[in-house]
Design a protein around this ligand. Sequence first.
Ligand SMILES: *Cc1c(COP(=O)(O)O)cnc(C)c1O
Length: 388
Amino acid sequence: MKTMNTSFPIDKLRATRTPFYFYDSGLLRRTLKEVSAAAAAYKDFIVHYAVKANANPKVLRIVSEAGLGADCVSGGEIEAALQSGFNPTSIVFAGVGKADWEINAALDTGIFCFNVESVPELEIINQLAEARGMTASVCFRINPEVGAHTHANITTGLAENKFGIAMSDMVPIIEETSRLKNVKFIGLHFHIGSQILDMDDFRLLCLRINELQEALSARHIEVENINVGGGLGIDYDDPDKNPIPNFKSYFKVFAEGLRLKPDQKVHFELGRSIVGQMGSLITKVLYVKQGVNKQFCIVDAGMTDLIRPALYHAHHYIENLTGHGEPVAYDIVGPICESSDVFAKDTKIAQCKRGDLLAIRSAGAYGEIMASQYNCRPLPKGLLSQEL
Ligand SMILES: *Cc1c(COP(=O)(O)O)cnc(C)c1O
């Protein structure tokens, strides 16, 4: 039995044209409060919000007002962050393919640091910074091979990965940086994946970071900043039972696992865990169609509004907000001309009829921001609870 949700203002949702994203700003604020309080237990922990998860300006504004930094992966995200009040000196900029204009914009903005993912990128940042008479602070994104169960051997070759720098290239690139005049090495960056619920993955990351730090200490290389990336997962199965991720235990893993040097800062880049649970895609039932062996519930939202199920077979809990009959099994599908336009297969929800409102839950992260206009559909709006 699922935990029941009572927070949807059904009458107001009914009065709004579907499909749209409903953002529970109260939950967002409570989540931000918890993440900030949990991080504040450790004086050198700094939390950035991964803008790519949800860049709705109203959401960004609430996040910036809570005092988080911003983790950006494009010039557009840096601009969005600035427009929503994020402090430029709290912005970190990652991405394997930073274009010259994006690097220049970041330099002009005075961001905290570039998370650099290759030697050619480092050289271009150095060149562009030189042209401006500036010094760019850089962290290196290292691929820590978390998942490998052998003892770390930093000279071992890596499987090719477009993200990050192989561990074996870490020392040479840091040494190269000391020869370049317009870049300054300030730290290491990691990001091992997303929707991670097994804290052992993060424990392993800590072990790997400690090993890398030892190798650097042996060469008298100082690391001011350790950025452990994001990736903390959320409960897609029961969002009402776990509306706020357990940030306390998450931070504790790093506090216990990392062997930090005095004054070393630890940065986090959390996306999904901050905005995932506050968002629902609200959609209306258009038709209930009897197939040969199953029933289809055809709704007015599609993969253009929320692509995660089609793209990664992601599971979202779906509830019927206006129908409360016996559960019936449906394939819940959208109107897009693609067979993959399916939100859920053979899922049981309260019997649906035309006009019912469904909430596709846990859709605050990688939802609205990934929407497209395929089939000439309008983009879904993202509305805060108080805007309805
Ligand atoms: C996507 C991304 C994040 C955020 O990941 P979540 O799983 O949403 O927390 C953080 N850092 C980097 C570099 C990313 O690419």
